[in-house]
Design a protein around this ligand. Structure first.
Ligand code: SAH
Ligand code: SF4
Ligand code: F3S
Length: 477
């Protein structure tokens, strides 16, 4: 492999921070010269990170298969391996660096193997510098804003044998019509918007994903109508802050409008993630309540129960605002299940701050929570905050918090004992081949005895017993 030729562009965090208005919508088109390029070549894509990354991997597979690549069964037969990475916390990044170490031996065994790193990590200046210095065997580096250019990058890397590094610091256009190979035949991810403008002080996403920009309603609706025709049962709308959907469109069309229009497409189940409490309004809550196909579950990250920490996090709501939202949600959707994300050990979080978080968790009665220890992200405002909380104290707080959130999982499951719930059946259960498994409307994992022909369908299940992490039941006819 020669050194850099046609492509050499590294990111700058200062440019990534800028917000410039106005993105165009362009349509993806694969030029004929690339159509057969991947014949007899195989690919592997490893995905780290959030649903947004999973959706991006489905697009990358779509482009590769359009170029006639086929998916490899395992790493040893791959001609190209792409790591679609996540930058959200230090441990997410360490996993990727660990994997790259392991892949070095595959490169040694097969010198023609192309190894690429893409996704959120290359959007970070410090990561690209490290890759260039310490991982010279990585052939291809690109970010989140230029997936549509994969064909050119592969062409250059394979035929010209040039290393490709191209990361845009800021978002470009919204690219529609990128082909997708969806991972699942009855549940689909739908991006409704890209980027994030919230700038929570701990978070890297506004830098790795660029400015908030919404897809046009017509494009989203057309995608869902097609999925209904293809027999899909469930969609999950994706955005870092779905409640801000439409704020950048001139039409005044909002997230609530989108929910109502999607409800009429005939899709059976509508979920969405993630909601930011600041932008969740009563209009949206009413739309959720009115729309039969919108599920009775909301993931509403709170991050902390302490006003002083919320302020330092730049979350732009108070504990009281959050509790008010929960009240509104329960007033309109009495049996709603609410789950959340929480960070412990934010710089200078005191024992009292932490106790406020614990008491909020109990007061809301969260039925699930992703809990994290704060991880310093270079380039974010919080990275400059001084911190006097020792690492082992942060760990203790995480364990104490998890004890309380685990109770919430169990209580949330208990309320379904001896009831009948609707389950969209995913597959045979991973841990018990005698059972099927799927999710209820309230997003509870249900393992149950039933008929394998139900896979991909919505069936009724009688709940016999609630465990902490799942419900046990039997299919009823
Ligand atoms: N856009 C979503 C969340 C995206 S990241 C939202 O705002 O709700 C998913 C979760 O990772 C966040 O909710 C937060 O709890 C956690 N997270 C983000 N940055 C983090 C960091 N630097 N350290 C620890 N956890 C973090
Ligand atoms: Fe990160 Fe905050 Fe944006 Fe979520 S809303 S992606 S936590 S900056
Ligand atoms: Fe990770 Fe990027 Fe998603 S940082 S959480 S993959 S937006």
């Amino acid at each position: 492999m020669k050194d850099y030729g046609k492509y050499f562009k590294t990111p700058s965090i200062d440019d990534a921070r800028k917000r410039v208005k106005g993105s165009e919508v362009i349509d993806f088109k694969l030029s004929d010269q690339f159509l057969n390029f991947g014949k007899e070549k195989k690919y592997v894509i490893q995905t780290y990170g959030c649903q947004g990354n999973e959706a991006d991997s489905e697009r990358m597979s779509g482009i590769l298969e359009k170029m006639s690549f086929t998916e490899a069964n395992d790493l040893s037969e791959a001609d190209i391996i792409l790591l679609n990475t996540c930058a959200i916390r230090g441990n997410a990044e360490n996993r990727v660096f660990g994997e790259m170490g392991r892949l070095k031996s595959f490169k040694r065994n097969n010198p023609n193997l192309l190894l690429g790193v893409c996704g959120c990590m290359p959007q970070e200046e410090s990561v690209v510098n490290k890759l260039l210095k310490q991982y010279p065997y990585v052939d291809l580096i690109f970010g989140t804003h230029n997936i549509h250019k994969i064909p050119e990058y592969l062409y250059t890397a394979y035929l010209d044998k040039e290393r490709v590094v191209e990361v845009y610091s800021s978002e470009g256009d919204i690219v529609e019509d990128i082909p997708k190979i969806r991972d699942n035949k009855h549940k689909a991810w739908i991006n409704i918007m890209y980027g994030c403008d919230e700038f929570c002080t701990y978070c890297i996403v506004p830098y790795t994903r660029g400015r908030e920009r919404s897809r046009k309603p017509a494009a989203i609706l057309a995608e869902v109508v097609k999925l209904v025709e293809d027999g899909y049962q469930e969609i999950t709308l994706l955005g870092q802050n779905v409640n801000a959907y439409g704020q950048d469109l001139e039409s005044g069309y909002s997230f609530a409008d989108l929910l109502r229009d999607l409800n009429d497409t005939g899709i059976n189940r509508i979920r969405f993630t993630t909601s930011h409490p600041r932008d969740l309004n009563e209009d949206t809550i009413k739309a959720m309540a009115d729309c039969d196909h919108v599920m009775e579950h909301l993931h509403l990250p709170v991050q902390s129960g302490s006003d002083s920490i919320l302020k330092k996090m730049n979350r732009k709501y108070t504990r009281e605002d959050y509790l008010k939202l929960v009240k509104q949600l329960k007033a309109h959707i009495p049996d709603i299940s609410i789950t959340t994300d929480i960070i412990v050990g934010f710089p200078n979080e005191s024992e009292d701050d932490f106790l406020e978080t614990l008491s909020l968790v109990k007061e809301v009665g969260f039925e699930g929570a992703f809990t994290f220890i704060y991880s310093k992200r270079e380039g974010t405002p919080a990275a400059k905050y001084e911190d006097d909380v020792p690492e082992d104290e942060k760990k203790r707080r995480l364990y104490r918090l998890n004890d309380v959130t685990n109770d919430g999982y169990l209580n949330g499951n208990k309320r379904f004992e001896n009831t009948i719930v609707e389950v969209l059946v995913d597959s045979v259960s991973k841990n018990d081949k005698e059972k099927l498994s799927g999710y209820s409307r309230h997003n509870k994992l249900v393992n149950f005895t039933g008929n394998e022909e139900s896979i991909g369908k919505i069936v009724k299940v009688r709940i016999l017993e609630a465990k902490t992490w799942h419900l046990l039941g039997e299919e009823v006819n």
